[in-house]
Write a protein that binds this ligand. Structure first.
Ligand code: F6P
Length: 362
């Protein structure tokens, strides 16, 4: 029977989202002869005036190499906790029933939700209320245990690595400690892998609370050995053994999630207080999420899109596509969203960094 699939992208954007959309459209139309519509701006597109558009083979032409998402995305619009103004005060309401009604009014049979844990939790909630849902994971943070890797992550690592390569020459010329703050939330993957690839001298990650004293000793030792500069990569979620995460905004902002940022400046202060050494801080921020995806991410995202359609063809809902080893398979969304993928402080990757002479904060 002919189906209509609806696809949305939710949460922060990520290189590779367009490749997923293209994979879904090409496979749904080309292989199955189905119809695809795109919901705009994540779940927000299903609240109030519906925002959606028809996705044809033409509308996905030329988007494989484009960053961002042609559908738009949003961190807002959680139907299970939607801000509603009542008597001048904001209250959180459950409007999921009306969102499901809106969805059905579009004539769609299945929802493909592409997003991180927030989007996938909403998708799971809608599935439990009877909606046919398939999930596709995305995040540059690579922090989902259910999949070996998420698309967008390798692009972020390559952007940070290029930045580190460029920063080496200026740090060396000026004999400075260059502190590079990178994204990743509570996971240190981006910092660790780009730090190894970009030949960092110090890598600080949330999974290993760092000692400020040892950090300064390591930089000082490098100076004594003739290297008068140091490159320090610090994950935004890293914190010292005596301190706490550095936040730009606490979780009681209107997005309901903490915004991390600022640890780079704290580390720079600790270095300049303890060593008479000039420091500079580079916060790569959203550069890590922008622009064209690497070939690896284009391929992985395309495979995820095609797999999502395959799951729908088999009538398997409440499931998320995932890479396990060399195969793209699927797992329950419910299990996938509950397990974080963090760096093992005693694992092979951290040991590799240490054996390469990189100080990891301890
Ligand atoms: O989860 C992806 C991510 O880029 C994190 O690494 C970062 O902390 C956060 O999103 C930034 O979110 P926003 O785009 O809302 O500032």
């Amino acid at each position: 029977m002919a189906k209509t699939l609806a696809i949305l992208t939710g949460g922060g954007d990520c290189p590779g989202l367009n490749a997923v959309i293209r994979g879904v459209v090409r496979s749904a139309i080309g292989r199955h002869g189905w119809r695809v519509i795109g919901i705009e701006d994540g779940f927000e597109g299903l609240v109030g005036t519906l925002r959606w558009r028809e996705l044809t083979l033409d509308s996905v032409r030329g988007i494989l190499q484009r960053g961002g998402t042609i559908l738009g995305t949003s961190n807002r619009g959680n139907p299970f906790s939607f801000p509603v103004e009542v008597a001048g005060k904001i209250e959180q309401h459950d409007i999921s029933d009306s969102v499901i009604q809106s969805f059905k009014s579009l004539g769609a049979d299945v929802l493909i939700a592409v997003g991180g844990d927030g989007t996938l939790k909403i998708a799971q909630g809608l599935f439990e209320k009877g909606l046919s849902v398939v999930g596709v994971p995305k995040t540059i943070d690579n922090d989902l245990r259910a999949t070996d890797i998420t698309f967008g992550y390798r692009t972020a690592v390559s952007i940070v690595t290029e930045a580190l390569d460029r920063l080496h020459s200026t740090a060396e010329s000026h004999h400075r400690a260059m502190i590079v703050e990178v994204m990743g939330r509570d996971a240190g993957w981006i910092a660790l892998e780009s730090g190894i690839a970009g030949s960092a001298d110090v890598i600080l990650i949330p999974e290993i609370p760092y000692s400020a004293e040892r950090l300064c000793q390591a930089i000082d030792k490098r100076r004594q050995n003739g290297s008068r500069f140091s490159i320090v990569v610090v994950a935004e979620g890293a914190f010292s053994a005596e301190g706490d995460k550095v936040l730009k905004a606490s979780a009681d902002n209107n997005l309901g999630v903490e915004r991390l940022g600022g640890i780079g400046h704290k580390v720079a202060q600790q270095i300049s207080d303890s060593l008479s050494m000039e420091t500079r801080v580079v916060i790569l921020g959203h550069l890590q999420r922008g622009g064209t995806p690497t070939p690896y991410d284009r391929i992985l995202a395309s495979r995820f899109g095609v797999k999502a359609v395959e799951l729908i063809a088999r009538g398997e809902y409440g499931r998320m596509v995932a890479l396990k080893g060399r195969r793209v398979g699927d797992v329950e969304i419910a299990t996938a969203v509950s397990q974080l993928n963090l760096v093992d402080p005693d694992g092979e990757l951290v040991r590799t960094a240490e054996d390469l002479g990189i100080m990891v904060g301890r």
